[in-house]
Design a protein around this ligand. Sequence first.
Ligand code: SF4
Ligand code: SF4
Length: 81
Amino acid sequence: MITRRGKWLRQKKIDIHVNLCKGCEICVELCPVDALEMKDFKAAVKDLDKCIACMQCELRCPDFAIEVYKKITRRNLWLKK
Ligand code: SF4
Ligand code: SF4
């Protein structure tokens, strides 16, 4: 986390809680930019740079196993994600 004015406070990030993931592959199928993949029957981040933070994976995961964070700056701290 960088706290100087105008710098990112939080980088784009995808948290996958593997303990909650049931391996249904919905998120992988839904991702429009092929940023996710399956590894050992669990969802995994394939390419974070490709992610456009559309939130589809987080919204459609039936087990609440994915959290997506967009870049947050001091100027837009009101944005939760
Ligand atoms: S949609 Fe959720 S439960 Fe299904 S594979 Fe993705 S993270 Fe796992
Ligand atoms: S937020 Fe959208 S682009 Fe990013 S991994 Fe999830 S479905 Fe793919």
